[in-house]
Design a protein around this ligand. Structure first.
Ligand code: NAD
Length: 355
């Protein structure tokens, strides 16, 4: 047991080796397990969202915090940000969305846990939490971003993320076809939500031939508005297109789909596009250009980074557009070294971490 600002923590699991800190506690108000993993502060405070989720066991939640914290270190380093990697997990007692007093208790408990780390971890929105939740957490700690716009927060990250995906997509097109313009290129956007929907609009403006897909039939209206083909998700993944842009859930490219893909490029906003990192080798062998997801979707992180450092619009735009240059770099390095863009992206992050 150790103490963080008076909060008792349990012994970290063996999986935490190589991490700077793992705080695991039982919320004083809610009784829920709360875990905060700080993977690295080598480049700056460990920033990563607060995930409010119902896990089968507390152990699963802790493992999730550890896995996601490490990914945040890589994402921040590859994007050239002065940030480390961390993640918070609040284990919800049931699968139903916590509401009312329970929700408030969970968030205040989490805020106390964040405060106990004295700024080494900065929290933000993630799956299961939103800007209003960040305002509740802010009652207990100042180390929180993603606050509502009226509280000085950076607001919805999706427009910034979509712009970053477009920059990455341009770099992929340049690499594959010698021209970054999406004009006349068939792009299949799978998941027409906050990011995918905006990306589709940007691509339509750029003259792309669009195909859209979503499990939500209400998104058909956007396809009709943009003159895009509408595909069911299963067929969309296998569409014969220049660019497949996964913008829904992770794991869409797995052992069953990788050999059947008919796209020339994979570049989208979704986290963990590859069900297994080794699939990057299969994509390379098939001559499919893969833009590593954690570089492509860094716009969301850049958005809250701007809030943390009070960056102006121009600085944010520069950082987001630089995503294209970073993608171009890892694609070139992968070709030169006979590796994969994913391996080169990880090497770039490690290099920036000084390892
Ligand atoms: P969202 O919930 O607004 O949109 C996701 C869309 O995908 C929804 O319309 C949903 O109906 C659809 N969908 C779900 N399952 C599907 C399936 N199997 N096939 C097709 N469509 C499906 O989410 P978002 O904010 O647009 O984020 C999309 C992805 O990008 C997520 O993986 C997210 O983690 C990642 N991401 C988002 C941001 C951001 O700024 N919002 C930043 C970084 C990464």
């Amino acid at each position: 047991m150790s103490a963080h600002g008076g909060i008792q923590t349990v012994a970290p699991p063996a999986a935490a080796a190589g991490y700077e800190d793992l705080l695991v506690l039982e919320g004083a108000r809610s009784g829920a397990t709360i875990a905060i993993a700080v993977h690295s502060t080598a480049l700056g405070p460990a920033l990563g969202g607060a995930r409010l989720w119902h896990y089968e066991s507390a152990g699963e939640g802790i493992e999730d915090a550890l896995r996601l914290a490490r990914a945040m270190t890589y994402k921040a380093a590859a994007a050239g940000l002065r940030l480390g990697g961390g993640k918070g997990v609040i284990c919800a007692p049931t699968a139903a969305r916590p509401e009312g007093e329970l929700r408030r208790a969970l968030l205040l408990d989490f805020g106390d846990a964040v405060a106990s780390l004295d700024g080494r971890y900065v929290t933000a929105e993630d799956v299961g939490t939103d800007a209003a939740d960040m305002a509740v957490i802010a009652e207990r700690t100042s180390h929180v971003v993603g606050l509502p716009g009226e509280r000085g927060g950076s607001g919805d990250p999706s427009p910034v993320t979509a712009r970053g995906v477009l920059a990455a997509l341009g770099a992929c097109l340049e690499h594959r076809f010698g021209d970054p313009s999406p004009a006349g290129r068939r792009v299949c956007v799978v998941g027409a939500g906050h990011v995918g929907g905006r990306l589709a609009r940007l691509l339509a403006d750029g003259g792309a031939e669009l195909a859209l897909s979503d499990v939500d039939p209400a998104r058909r209206a956007l396809a009709a508005e943009l003159g895009a083909d509408w595909l069911e998700p299963g067929e969309a993944i296998l569409d014969d297109c220049d660019v497949l842009a996964p913008c829904a859930l992770g794991g869409v490219i797995d052992a069953a789909t990788v050999g059947r893909l008919r796209c020339r490029i994979v570049c989208g906003a979704a986290n963990n596009v590859l069900a297994d990192e080794r699939l990057a080798v299969d994509l390379a062998r098939r001559g499919i250009v893969y833009a590593p997801d954690f570089i492509v979707n860094a716009g969301g992180l850049i958005n809250v980074y701007a809030e943390l450092h009070q960056l102006d619009h121009e600085a944010v735009t520069n950082l987001v557009d630089h995503i294209g240059a970073t993608v171009g770099l890892v694609l070139e390095e992968a070709d030169r070294n006979g590796t994969t863009p994913l391996a080169e992206a990880q090497a770039l992050a490690l290099q920036r971490l000084g390892r």
